[in-house]
Design a protein around this ligand. Structure first.
Ligand SMILES: C[S@@+](CC[C@H](N)C(=O)[O-])C[C@H]1O[C@@H](n2cnc3c(N)ncnc32)[C@H](O)[C@@H]1O
Length: 185
């Protein structure tokens, strides 16, 4: 019995180690991508969840959802919403799926889709969160301009260059970081 337990433990530990090392490697390699993997800091996550003011039934999206941190924080507070993470890369998607596996109550309302956020239709979303780069924001700007009136875009760190058609609210957190909320008029 003890041998079986040790055998299983060895496999679980080995798998966890492989995942952990893979994740570290992914973080390092991701810095070669135009939009690298950098998770939103915990204290900012709380601010975003509050700022989003998500209403029942609204459809929410995290563009480049990484390890699913924002998805989980949003799903904890908003229990009657569909929350979608768009993530192009395998490893962060896998980490999100593992995190969601341990939260079965989120199963129907949180999804992580494999897609390139530059190529998806954003029309159906009421709230969009992004923590990207100035360049990615610039490329996505025409898509943001086509959002439904009343929908909100929340961007950590990087503002929209052209805010025409939006009502802007800025939450300055420190000298370095701010959260930008854009409500489509
Ligand atoms: C700065 S991280 C933000 C992660 C997460 N949203 C958070 O706030 O913790 C940006 C994420 O976008 C993903 N990403 C980069 N380019 C992408 C693309 N073209 N389509 C979809 N996801 C992309 C990266 O893999 C990374 O996970």
């Amino acid at each position: 019995m003890l041998m079986i337990f040790l055998f299983i433990l060895q496999w679980v530990f080995g798998l966890a180690l492989v995942l952990f090392l893979g994740y570290i490697a992914y973080i390092m390699i991701s810095f070669k991508n135009p939009v690298p993997y950098v998770p939103t800091p915990r204290r900012i996550v709380k601010i975003i969840v509050g700022m989003a003011e998500i209403k029942e039934g609204e459809k929410v999206c995290d563009l480049g959802s990484g390890s699913g941190k924002i998805l989980i924080a949003l799903a904890k507070k908003n229990k009657r919403n569909l929350i979608i993470g768009v993530e192009k890369f395998f490893l962060p998607r896998l980490v999100s799926q593992i995190r969601l596996f341990f939260r079965p109550s989120f199963k129907k309302r949180v999804q992580v889709v494999k897609a390139d956020f530059f190529n998806i239709d954003l029309h159906s979303f009421d709230v969009i969160y992004c923590f990207l780069t100035p360049e990615a924001m610039r490329i996505l700007e025409p898509k943001f301009k086509c959002l439904k009136p009343g929908s909100r875009l929340i961007s950590y760190m990087f503002p929209l260059e052209d805010q025409a058609g939006f009502e802007e609210t800025i939450e300055h957190i420190s000298m370095k970081d701010s959260v930008y909320l854009y409500k489509k008029i």
